[in-house]
Design a protein around this ligand. Sequence first.
Ligand code: ADP
Ligand code: TRP
Length: 335
Amino acid sequence: MLDISPVAKTFATMRILSGIQPSGRLHLGNYFGMMEPAIRLQDEGEAYYFIADYHSLTSIHDPSVLRDNVRDVAIDFLACGLDPGKAVFFRQSDVPEVTELTWILSTLTPMGLLERCHSYKDKIAQGISPSHGLFAYPVLMAADILIYNSELVPVGKDQKQHIEVTRDLAQKFNDRYGEGEPLLHIPEPRIAEDSAAVPGLDGRKMSKSYNNTIGIFEDAKALKKKVMRITTDSTPMEDPKNPDDSYIIMLYQLVATADEVEEMKADFRKGGQGYGHFKKQLLDKLTEYFAPMREKRDELANNDAFVEEVLQQGAKQARIVARETLDRVRKAVGL
Ligand code: ADP
Ligand code: TRP
């Protein structure tokens, strides 16, 4: 059983925060771009991680789908190593104070700042309906970060601009209301550069909107089918192959040791083996890498009460910090 005692850290007090949207099954891009770095950081400070369900309302309009996705993300994150004894883990919407801070921040958010955000245009291009919520999404994200006095925010590359918006808004708030005192802490992003863009089956960035993902907890048959679908060139089996731009190797690097990667690269150059052979090696490594997490996932999937308890406890702790920041902000603006 996991320990869910309150976070007690005396030696490391850096506040780390990140969120993930419950918008579908998690894939290798989510794992290596955001979850794994976040999980590693839980040992380096006081980590606050949450499931961004308010954000997902911009794209999911079926309540039962939203609820199921939140449950899945909670289970997946815990199975992958988020330790509720070390990190505070909660549902964004269990701390409604964040929406009040969002409104206050939105009154000082210049329209031009939001108009420059790529993600709004990208999401509309993907077919998500253009709502005010989607447009104002970075302000909610800024409130998420600022309400917990976050210092470090581990995210994928695509979220970097949102952290810049957050920094801008915090600075604006401090300039307008701070009277020389920084009321809101200015956070730093932590971008996982080496895995900043995990390629999908077709070599484009792995993303559910490109339908090119490999799920972390894909069943064996589906996983095999997907790995076999990875795009390669048509070099014949006996010829030497170029390892430098192979998506098989890019994915293999994420789950294999440096020696294993070198060995595969050498085998590429040698020739005599087809891509199917290398895909099989990748498949075996992926299966091996996620096996312990899969086991944990099965255990958690049968223990909804425990998962719910973790989220409730997390929300209770998060809410204390959020209330304190919101009270300070309300007072500063004259409410
Ligand atoms: P998707 O592109 O599938 O919709 P999200 O936008 O929900 O994924 O991403 C959630 C988190 O996972 C973000 O922090 C994002 O940066 C990270 N992430 C998503 N896809 C990748 C990828 N291919 N490589 C690295 N990080 C990724
Ligand atoms: N926008 C992030 C994403 O789509 C999720 C998110 C919401 C987030 N609020 C956050 C990430 C605060 C970091 C910090 O991936």
